[in-house]
Design a protein around this ligand. Structure first.
Ligand code: HEC
Length: 490
């Protein structure tokens, strides 16, 4: 067997273009190889200066065996992601030779693991973050005639109007999938079938109680009016995720405890975004103004929360167990609460207003007051208070290169979203601002603080073309890393 010597590894980085190198200290205690359950890519993880038991626990989460004292043996490498999680130093080697995956791998590493991505030869220069095809579809208000046999709609000419976005809901009593395009919804949030909680297979005597069944049926109807219909019903192409609004038994038994807690409003789920009820056919859910509401958009929050609270109590769970769990939206919350650091050499706004960002091509550019909450999803979290300037690229536009945009001048092909009219406020020399540039919604390239009026032009990193990289793929990677972190913190 091969034994690793004690090592101090300094990860080499692309000159001046990366973050500070991560220093791995101590011994590599072993490794495990597995297929990422989320991205489907083979990966190998090595643990440094960690207890064997702790490393074993992480590997268990992937149903992988910890090979004590053995290093990763990966032939074709895209790159490595190095990060510290719960005090354990981890280096993940991502296997592969398809350079179109480099951008999303770097994104997942930097954005969710807060790690340092080191591209291997297969990704040399190809780790640019760009979304060339099928970017995040922005919400659209779709108005159509009601289905035959259904009552008249409440909008002009008897039409039914629905915001076509994950936080949207159609009129009460109708099915969202009849009034909006679920393919668009499934482009806005990762979808995959997932098994229900096993207790749903058992007989539930409460289902003999008509009053109880009526409440369960009401929950079904409310879910089906929301976008939830697209992934939590038979409208989901590969089957429902965890719970199924059309399940013949007790739908509530399909939920996991944490899912119940989100539906009971015990865990805030503001990160998913919401409309005010008056713009959403009367449906309301957890919002920054009122975080402890249900994740389920509903016309009657009190009724919804009471149903799920009863369910939690029935399972013997108490609200105290969830008080520290305040981030129900996982990776979305991580992005929302991201606190930027100082810009690197290659990022910021030059004296002459030229904006520069890390390797990647932009669809959204924001300049924000320092301390502003990071922008995430529409409709209510994408232009935070403190936004000074925001320009968007329309869906069919070609993403823009670093150094091609001057502050306050709307580039050809882009649209100024904020301010609604006129030029943005001038930047005050010497003052700090927050630059936020993304390849797509939830797909940041640069998020950092710079000092206005300080930088001369020159330097920077070269941008190189690479294949498309899906934001949803990145998000899935994020969910994978979040799940990994959850496992680590068990
Ligand atoms: C595009 C697909 C999609 C849409 C739309 C969607 N979900 Fe989900 N949802 C999922 C997937 C996939 C999971 C399981 C994996 C995960 O947690 O990400 C899930 C999990 C959940 C859970 C956790 C369930 C548990 O018990 O573990 C809750 C609660 C939930 N969704 C609520 C909602 C609500 C409410 C809506 C409608 C506003 C909704 N979802 C819309 C895909 C979707």
């Amino acid at each position: 067997m091969y034994t690793l010597r004690p090592v101090v590894l300094l990860l080499p980085l692309l000159a001046a273009c990366g973050k500070d190198p991560v220093v791995l200290t101590g011994d590599a205690v072993g490794s495990c190889s597995y297929e990422s359950p989320f991205s489907g890519e083979p990966e190998c993880m090595e643990f440094f200066d960690a207890e064997i038991a702790a490393a074993q626990e992480v590997c268990d989460g992937y149903a992988a065996e910890l090979m004590v004292d053995e290093p990763c043996a990966v032939e074709a490498v895209l790159g490595t992601c190095t990060y510290v999680s719960d005090g354990i130093q981890v280096r993940t080697t991502v296997e592969g030779d398809d350079p179109s995956k480099c951008g999303s791998q770097r994104f997942g590493c930097e954005t969710f693991a807060r790690g340092v991505w080191t591209p291997a030869a297969n990704c040399d220069g190809g780790d640019e973050i760009v979304v060339l095809e099928d970017p995040f579809p922005l919400p659209e208000r779709v108005c159509v005639d009601p289905l035959p046999g259904e009552p008249e709609g409440q909008s002009e000419d008897g039409q039914v109007c629905t915001w076509q976005v994950v936080s949207g809901a159609t009129e009460e009593g109708r099915h969202f999938s009849d009034y909006a395009d679920c393919d668009i919804i499934r482009r806005q949030r990762p979808y995959g079938a997932a098994p229900a909680n096993a207790r749903a297979n058992e007989d539930d005597p409460r289902m003999d109680d008509a009053a109880y069944v009526a409440e369960v049926d009401w929950v079904r109807d409310q879910l089906r009016a929301g976008s939830c219909d697209c992934c939590h019903s038979s409208a989901a192409p590969n089957g429902p995720a965890i719970f199924d609004a059309e399940f013949e038994g007790n739908l509530l038994n399909q939920f996991n405890d944490r899912g119940l807690a989100m539906a009971a409003g015990w865990i805030p789920t503001i990160g998913f975004g919401t409309y005010p009820p008056e713009e959403n056919n009367g449906f309301e859910r957890s919002s920054p103004e009122d975080p402890y509401l249900s994740i389920i958009p509903t016309t009657d929050q009190a009724r919804m929360m009471a149903i799920f609270e009863d369910e939690l109590l029935y399972r013997g769970r108490t609200i105290e167990e969830f008080v520290d769990d305040v981030y129900g939206a996982g990776p979305l919350d991580e992005q929302l609460n991201y606190k930027p650091e100082q810009c690197s050499e290659e990022e910021g706004i030059d004296k002459d207003g030229v904006i520069r960002w890390a390797p990647g091509r932009a669809r959204y550019i924001y300049v924000l007051e320092k301390g502003t909450q990071s922008p995430t999803v529409p409709p209510n979290l994408d232009t935070p208070e403190g936004t000074i300037w925001r320009v968007d690229l329309p869906r069919d536009g070609s993403p823009v290169f670093s150094e091609s945009v001057v502050y306050g001048e709307v580039p050809e092909g882009m649209v100024q979203i904020y301010p609604e009219t006129g030029a943005p406020a001038e930047l005050v020399p010497g003052k700090e601002y927050y630059l936020y540039v993304t390849a797509d919604i939830l797909y940041p390239i640069s998020r950092c603080v710079f000092v206005a009026g300080e930088r001369e032009r020159g330097g920077g990193c070269s941008s190189v073309e690479s294949g498309p990289a899906g934001a949803v793929a990145g998000l899935v990677l994020g969910l994978a890393l979040a799940a990994r972190r959850r496992r680590l913190s068990v």
